[in-house]
Design a protein around this ligand. Structure first.
Ligand SMILES: Nc1ncnc2c1ncn2[C@@H]1O[C@H](COP(=O)(O)OP(=O)(O)O)[C@@H](O)[C@H]1O
Ligand SMILES: [Mg+2]
Length: 284
């Protein structure tokens, strides 16, 4: 029997091995997922690229940082915007997030919000220059939605296509797109206060057992693009601007035990868990 990572309950099963997390489900607590944040990063032809769909290496401490930043931002988003988050508890010592299990929209949808034209948007659309900031004529972040599909490179579809493919209802579409816009607007101001210009970001939603839309997965330096002084900011620069200089794992854990949580990154969060009978959700 393969050994389970620390913090994952005995008897849990590995449900999914992703590019940045391994997801476990427990038989007797089917409303939760146990997500272990790993150190893998994506790229193509040996060059790191957060948009790529293949891991090309690992960086020690990356999973820990991704979990810290996700935990910090999800807390802020739910406190400031009232948007439900998946987080039940965060165990930084073991790079583990215990989350409410989500039912994905179809195969899983990724909501990409753009403040400025950059990257793949320019390759797919003519008539724009890098940095164009008038993609949405009303001044909101411009939202596009792709379907999670590594083989096809996460293809974009129109609203009507996503609905016709049965991935999402019109009502849930409107709610998720609206959530994406206000989260992006809010994070743009949080980032601006830290000297970062948020260019674009990827956000995922799913539904909890009661059918409520919640923010799932992660928001970390690898799921967004930002500039500092007009130049592309590295993942480490993004992390440090938002979270401060990284503490060693043992410092973070000691601070956490002493209740010194800095910007909130190391606080374990307990939110009311949910219990109930399993409904066949596969935990992905
Ligand atoms: N709360 C949740 N409940 C169920 N599945 C989730 C939840 N949050 C994230 N996921 C899914 O778990 C997987 C996380 O692993 P990740 O490494 O991000 O995968 P990927 O390589 O597909 O990006 C993703 O498929 C994501 O959609
Ligand atoms: Mg992912």
């Amino acid at each position: 029997m393969t050994e389970l990572p620390n913090g994952v309950p005995p008897g849990a099963k590995r449900a999914y091995t992703g590019k940045s997390k391994t997801v476990y489900t427990a038989e007797d607590d089917c409303d939760k997922v146990f997500m272990v944040f790993t150190d893998g990063f994506t790229g193509a032809d040996g060059v790191e690229n957060p948009g790529a769909n293949q891991n090309i290496g690992t960086k020690e401490g990356l999973g820990h940082k991704n979990l810290s930043m996700t935990s910090y931002l999800y807390d802020k988003i739910s406190e400031e915007l009232g948007i439900l988050s998946q987080i039940v508890e965060v165990d930084l010592e073991n790079n583990l997030m215990i989350a409410k299990k989500a039912r994905p929209f179809g195969k899983g949808l990724e909501f990409i919000a753009r403040n400025k034209a950059w990257g793949s948007f320019l390759q797919r659309n003519s008539g724009y220059k890098q940095g164009d900031s008038t993609l949405d004529k009303k001044g909101w972040p411009f939202v596009e939605v792709s379907e999670k599909d590594d083989e096809k490179g996460d293809p974009f579809f129109s609203k009507q296509q996503h609905i016709d493919r049965g991935s999402i209802t019109p009502k849930d579409w409107d709610a998720c797109v609206w959530h994406t816009k206000i989260i992006t607007d809010y994070l743009t101001s949080v980032f601006a206060e830290k000297g970062l210009d948020l260019i674009d970001i990827k956000i995922e939603f799913g539904k909890d057992r009661q059918g409520n839309i919640m923010l799932i997965d992660e928001i970390s330096p690898g799921s967004l693009r930002a500039l500092r002084d007009g130049k592309s900011a590295s993942k480490d620069e993004i992390y440090e601007a938002i979270m401060g200089k990284p503490k060693s794992k043992s410092e973070a854990i000691m601070d956490n035990a002493a209740g010194k949580n800095g910007c909130g990154a190391v606080a374990p969060q307990k939110k009311p868990g949910q219990t109930g009978r399993c409904s066949g959700n596969d935990g992905k």
